[in-house]
Design a binder for this molecule. Structure first.
Ligand code: SP5
Ligand code: ZN
Length: 337
């Protein structure tokens, strides 16, 4: 675990902590989800369809190189970012971190690569379960993934787990992603922006007031061949269950109209009332209703864990969503992680 996080100028303990995974595991066990599978290794061919080889090499090898170059051993955190008009690549181990990141919230420590691969493996295994005919799988991913782009980390994300699940599912399905984390899934949008074969829909806090600020506006609808396969539905802070559920209905109608045959849910729970990184006011019951609406599409679904920092309620919120997803199906449930 990195020592701290930069939080609007302050140094604070990291919000994305191991306690999040522990409380989810405990809640799943208590709710009786015992069909658990260990994650498989993500094939390299899938990783490189989502991320660039240079970025993957960087993530895997930077930590000791950074330390050897004089970087603080506590964590790889860039002090300088390559931005709009200075984007030249530098091979220096103190410079590459600012080339492969868009913020300071994805510190790299010794175990980051292994943890990220493990997390991605959960997403891959959950998707494989659907490719083998399964109807519903939940991947308890940590670290999260939806902010990671093809060649950048940020926002606690290194490998894009939802993109890896979606890419895996394309072997058998026409895939749509619904991102319900309060933060726009900027990385997932970037990865699929130019592709016509994967639909990306995101419901999130409006960029004018919500991280990651510079992307996720409604006029971003896809690029080139991917025109029309990106759907951004930004909402104002203070959003309640009723407004949110109406927006879910809209997103699902578009996904259905596009002809999706499988759904990836990027499931963040930082929309919950009182989340320290949020601004929406969703109740726990709302997650069940979101699940019920998604289940009504009648297609196989993989749920990828993203954010959610109201830790005490995180486990029960996950169980609430899964309860809604299983309410109208008799299919077996499966948990990876
Ligand atoms: C996966 C995920 O949920 N990543 C989120 C990273 C958010 N980091 C930036 C936080 C900006 C903090 N400002 C929020 C003030 C709220 N009162
Ligand atoms: Zn989030």
């Amino acid at each position: 675990m990195p020592p701290h996080e930069f939080y609007d100028g302050a140094l604070v303990p990291p919000f994305e902590s191991a306690a999040r995974a522990d409380i989810i595991d405990a809640a799943l066990a208590q709710a009786g989800y015992h069909d658990q599978h260990a994650p498989q290794t993500v094939p390299h061919a899938i990783l490189t369809r989502v991320h660039t080889p240079e970025y993957l090499e960087y993530l895997q090898h930077i930590y000791p190189q950074w330390c050897a170059a004089g970087g603080d051993a506590a964590a790889v955190i860039p002090s300088t970012l390559a931005v709009r008009w200075m984007q030249r690549y530098s091979p220096h181990p103190l410079a590459t971190p600012g080339y492969f990141a868009f913020d300071l919230s994805a510190p790299i420590v010794e175990g980051t690569w292994a943890a990220s691969l493990d997390s991605a493996g959960m997403a891959y295994s959950a998707a494989q379960y659907l490719c083998d005919g399964g109807r519903l799988a939940y991947a308890r991913c940590r670290p999260p993934g939806h902010h990671a782009g093809s060649d950048m980390c940020g926002g606690y994300c290194y490998l894009n787990n939802a993109a890896i699940a979606a890419e895996t599912l394309t072997s058998r399905y026409r895939v749509a992603i619904l991102d319900i984390d309060i933060h726009h899934g900027n990385g997932t949008q970037q990865i699929f922006a130019e592709r016509a074969d994967v639909f990306f829909a995101s419901i999130h806090g409006h960029p004018h007031e919500c991280y990651p600020y510079y992307m996720g506006f409604a006029d971003e609808t896809g690029i080139g061949a991917g025109q029309g396969t990106t759907l951004n539905l930004p909402l104002a802070f203070g959003c309640d269950d009723a407004t949110y559920l109406a927006t879910v209905d809209h997103a699902l109608a578009r996904i259905q109209h596009w002809g999706a045959t499988a759904l990836v849910i990027s499931a963040g729970f930082d929309t919950f009332a009182g989340d320290p990184l949020g601004g929406f006011r969703l109740s726990q019951a709302c997650y069940t209703q979101i699940g019920q609406r998604c289940a009504r599409l009648g297609m196989p679904i993989v749920v990828i864990q993203e954010g959610g920092y109201a830790v005490a309620e995180l486990g029960s919120n996950v169980v609430a969503l899964l309860g809604g997803l299983t309410a109208s199906t008799t299919a077996p449930d499966c948990v990876i992680g």
